[in-house]
Design a protein around this ligand. Structure first.
Ligand SMILES: Cc1cc2nc3c(=O)[nH]c(=O)nc-3n(C[C@H](O)[C@H](O)[C@H](O)COP(=O)(O)OP(=O)(O)OC[C@H]3O[C@@H](n4cnc5c(N)ncnc54)[C@H](O)[C@@H]3O)c2cc1C
Length: 555
């Protein structure tokens, strides 16, 4: 789509998130970026307090599972930041978590009853007698269903550990390099559907956006909580965010897209949540929070009916489900435990939302209720924690916007005129490729001029594009001129000439000043050479480099 002429000056003034806040976030979503920003502001406090409750802050995973897809040499990320603190110190838990308060529960009984989900029992006790959630978990573990988008049997594995998510925040760990790249590459490769390409295209698009949105959300968190080695504090790193996410509007928009997916899934199960009983003492407040959050959502946010609407739908849906299941299992190939933990939480959250979105519709009311009742508590925990991750990502993106503008105004340069607050999200309609390419280049030169230390990953990204051939990424144009305006070009040329003139005059001046010394050195050298010749010895006086010699620095 081409731009209306009156928009062009505004578009020239865009910085990294080249999206119009008033644009819709995708063809399957009747909602704009701005509407999601506003929605998120309203729910954020409730989401924060919900995931901090005892029901939602624990998750279970198997940290020792082998990578099922390729030969893994069991290497581990050994940074402290990669580690996960599992729940071992039971004494540190609040009173209502203690074995006494939980009746018959004890560590001995855990070891004896190894056929069941031990720590699940621990959680189940919290909701003792509360019916649905507890019993549905048990049912679920026995009932091998074919509507799952992730492997829920993992939650019943006796090697699994219970983890307090609030004690293991998702942040920068230092994990990366070839191994992390291999995991991402294989996740993106799962996007290659074999069924009829045309009918697969929308599903493929949804799949790609889900994965890319997850990737971008992780990138946002690791940039938002980055260890500043000078202060020892975890703080936002704007440059890192720009390099990983901010300079790629598509990635930012995929975070919003994932937000739409999760919130539509929650919107859809709202009528069937009545049977869920969380925990006696928290039941009411937890439920109230959930209802308050979901009541802010809007059914227009995502239209799942469009994704699998033609004849090939069933086949495609099966393939989609299996491929997404693979994505959740690839998490077992992640060498950094902390990253694996959050990767599992989020892929389980997405898998749960896909199950709700794509498996709930054809059923009658009773069957729908049954599907919701059968959600395991870990699926619910993952679903709400994934909402929290996305909600925090969106919050952080808005904060990075503020930091970016602050930096621009600190520089006090004329460039600030190009980046007014309102322009942050202004977009190139439908992210027209040509414009976005030139904007990327402009951002690059701006970043460099704002902060010479800015780490620009562009060449690396370009290099890696060969490895990620399935990714739909535009090829970057070679930069011809890094100046932004013709005014700047004249300024630069003027400075350049003045510098050269200065160099020439200094050179002349130094030649006159150095003349007597140079004449003396020359005479001495000729005399010594003549004397050596006269007495018949080799010439041992070599010309030596004069440190005082002035070199020209012409540009
Ligand atoms: C499951 C998982 C969880 C992780 N969790 C954490 C964590 O909690 N903390 C932490 O510090 N690190 C985490 N990492 C590592 C992190 O994601 C990066 O892999 C790492 O920081 C190295 O980044 P990179 O710049 O080399 O490129 P990577 O992020 O590894 O990306 C590889 C390539 O993918 C493409 N790409 C990048 N982002 C996107 C996107 N959003 N959409 C489409 N394509 C994209 C680019 O071509 C890029 O070169 C995790 C990795 C994985 C696989």
């Amino acid at each position: 789509e081409t731009l209306a002429p009156e928009q062009e000056p505004v578009l020239e003034a865009i910085n990294f998130c080249k999206m119009d806040k008033d644009e819709k976030i995708g063809s399957t979503c009747e909602i704009t970026f701005q509407e999601i920003n506003e929605m998120n502001k309203k729910i954020r406090p409730d989401v924060i307090s919900l995931v901090a409750t005892d029901f939602f802050k624990y998750f279970k995973l198997n940290l020792y599972k082998q990578c099922p897809f390729w030969e893994d040499n069991n290497a581990q990320c050994l940074h402290r930041a990669c580690a996960v603190d599992v729940v071992e110190d039971w004494d540190s838990l609040p009173e209502y978590w203690q074995p006494d308060a939980l009746g018959s529960f004890s560590n001995d009984s855990i070891e004896e009853d190894s056929t069941k989900d031990d720590e699940c029992k621990f959680l189940d006790q919290l909701c003792a007698g509360s019916g649905k959630t507890t019993s549905s978990l048990d049912n679920k573990l026995e009932d091998e269903s074919n509507v799952d988008y992730c492997d829920t049997a993992d939650f019943a594995n006796r090697d699994s550990v219970l983890v307090d998510l609030s004690a293991n925040p998702e942040r920068f760990t230092g994990y990366g390099g070839k191994q992390a790249g291999q995991v991402w590459q294989s996740i993106y490769q799962d996007n290659c559907f074999t069924v009829n390409e045309a009918s697969a295209s929308l599903a493929k698009d949804v799949f790609y956006r889900l994965v890319s949105g997850l990737h971008a959300s992780i990138g946002t968190h690791l940039s938002n909580e980055y260890l500043n080695t000078e202060t020892g504090k975890w703080e936002p790193n704007l440059d890192l965010f720009m390099a990983r996410v901010g300079n790629f509007p598509e990635r930012v928009s995929n975070i919003y897209f994932n937000y739409a997916i999760i919130s539509k899934a929650l919107w859809k199960i709202q009528p069937y949540l009545k049977n869920l009983e969380f925990c006696n003492s928290y039941d009411e407040s937890v439920k109230t929070k959930i209802i308050d959050i979901i009541s802010q959502f809007d059914s227009r946010i995502f239209n799942e009916d469009l994704v699998f609407e033609d004849d090939l739908s069933l086949l495609l849906k099966d393939e989609f489900r299996q491929r997404f299941k693979n994505v959740t299992e690839i998490m077992d190939c992640v060498h950094c435990d902390r990253c694996r933990l959050w990767g599992k939480v989020q892929t389980t959250g997405y898998a749960t939302s896909l199950k709700i979105l794509f498996e709930l519709d054809d059923a009658d009311e009773e069957t729908k209720q049954n599907v919701v009742d059968k959600l395991t508590k870990y699926e619910l925990i993952a679903l709400f924690n994934t909402l929290d991750r996305l909600s925090k990502s969106i919050d952080s993106i808005n904060n990075f916007e503020r930091l970016y503008n602050e930096r621009l105004s600190d520089n006090g340069s004329k460039l600030a005129n190009y980046f007014q607050m309102d322009n942050f999200f202004k977009v190139v309609r439908n992210a027209g490729k040509l414009i976005s390419e030139s904007m990327n280049e402009m951002n690059k030169s701006l970043n460099n001029s704002l902060n010479p230390k800015v780490k620009d990953e562009r060449p690396k990204e370009e290099k890696k594009m060969n490895e990620f051939t399935d990714l739909d990424m535009s090829t970057k144009k070679r930069r011809v001129d890094t100046d932004i305006t013709s005014e700047n070009r004249w300024k630069k040329a003027w400075k350049h000439e003045i510098h050269n003139l200065n160099e020439a005059l200094t050179f002349l001046w130094r030649s006159y000043v150095d003349l007597p010394r140079n004449l003396f050195n020359m005479t001495l050298s000729i005399m010594s050479r003549t004397w050596n010749k006269f007495v018949g010895v080799d010439n041992y006086v070599n010309e030596h480099h004069n440190s005082a010699e002035y070199t020209l620095d012409l540009q």
